[in-house]
Design a protein around this ligand. Structure first.
Ligand code: ADP
Ligand code: MG
Length: 330
């Protein structure tokens, strides 16, 4: 797959040989998995800005919740147990009402996930043409892993089943509705809005998959884009069956073209996409049941090295789709 803007920047300017005593697999996965000598740390960081990652008028409680949720989701993709995070925030002005709501959303999720705020930094955003840049949030989250363990995007093997948790496409449908491009019935719309504003990071499932899966990523850029990252890193190809991709009733009320766009290319779902040997299927169903997370088999990893991704419809014909996932610099 072609390297597009954001990933080309990362590859060209920020991908280096790692050095020093702390060994890691380096740039390119949801988390860096670091061997400290004593054990393993999974570390991830995500930067978000109001107006880019959130609508400018987003509910601050949702902003706080989601800023942490997307980082927890990266820890889930590594199979790590979330332990701590650091918060750096740039504010255009002091607004105690906004901050109270933001911190409530943030800290409620921190408490329920057992992930403690241990530090950070607070600054004023820069002033450009007499106006301060919007609220900017950067969270770095850490989890722990048993010695020698940790899921990455590498490791998918020909013959593996491809699985996805929950349903995909709802967050994208919500965004399209908020922009006024798509229309949903009120109930369906409310369900999609909840998926967009309050995504559920799949940490319990991720931890359970640690000894079961070969490769794992969370879906932030879109199912095809994030599965594409697994193919790139693993050097394999994949075929998925459109009919088996889990989509919500809300999404099923839309035209098939919109369903394709949302479920295949729409981002922001924070589900897990992972691969595992076929003989792990029973244990993966059991992990889904034990953690209260629906899991669905959607396809298989095919031959080594080609890195092709084919989606087939019920007749076995390739599904043609337009967008290929989110890229900040595409
Ligand atoms: P995610 O969506 O899981 O947060 P991204 O798509 O943002 O991951 O990033 C892809 C990979 O590139 C990750 O391993 C991330 O750590 C790395 N990365 C992104 N930006 C930089 C940067 N400026 N310097 C070093 N590594 C980066
Ligand atoms: Mg990720």
């Amino acid at each position: 797959m072609a390297q597009r803007g954001e990933f080309q920047i990362i590859e060209r300017f920020f991908t280096h040989e790692t050095f020093g005593a702390w060994k890691s697999q380096g740039v390119g996965d949801d988390c860096a998995i670091i061997d400290t000598g004593a054990g393993r740390l999974a570390v991830t960081t995500d930067m978000m800005a109001l107006g880019t990652h959130f609508l400018p008028d987003a509910d601050p409680e949702d902003v706080g919740y989601k800023a942490l949720a997307v980082n927890l989701s990266d820890l889930a993709a590594a199979g790590a147990v979330a332990r701590a995070f650091f918060l750096s925030i740039g504010l255009p002005r002091r607004d105690d009402g906004w901050l109270a709501d933001f911190s409530r959303g943030l800290m409620r999720l921190a408490e329920t996930s057992g992930c403690a705020l241990l530090g950070g930094d607070t600054t004023r955003t820069p002033e450009v043409n007499g106006r301060h840049a919007p609220v900017t949030i950067s969270i770095t989250a850490m989890g722990d892993l048993p010695a020698g363990m940790g899921l990455t995007r590498a490791g998918a093997k020909p013959g593996d089943d491809i699985w996805v948790s929950g349903t995909v496409g709802d967050a994208y449908a919500a965004l399209k509705c908020r922009w006024g491009h798509w229309d949903l019935m009120p109930d369906a719309q409310a369900a999609c809005f909840a998926r967009m504003d309050r995504p559920t990071p799949r940490n319990a499932l991720g931890e359970a998959l640690l000894p079961l899966a070969h490769a794992c990523a969370d879906i932030s850029d879109g199912l095809l884009a994030d599965l594409g990252h697994i193919l790139e890193r693993s050097g394999v190809s994949a075929e998925i069956d459109w009919e088996s991709i889990p989509i919500s009733l809300a999404l099923k009320s839309l035209t098939i073209a919109k369903q394709h766009e949302a479920a295949l290319a729409g981002g922001d779902d924070y589900e897990l996409v992972f691969t595992a040997a076929p003989d792990m299927a029973e244990r993966i169903w059991a992990a889904g049941l034990a953690t209260g997370t629906p899991v669905t088999r959607i396809g298989r990893i095919t031959e080594q090295s080609a890195r092709n991704l084919t989606v087939r419809d019920a007749q076995g014909l390739p599904v043609v789709f337009e967008r290929a996932g989110f890229d900040h610099f595409a």
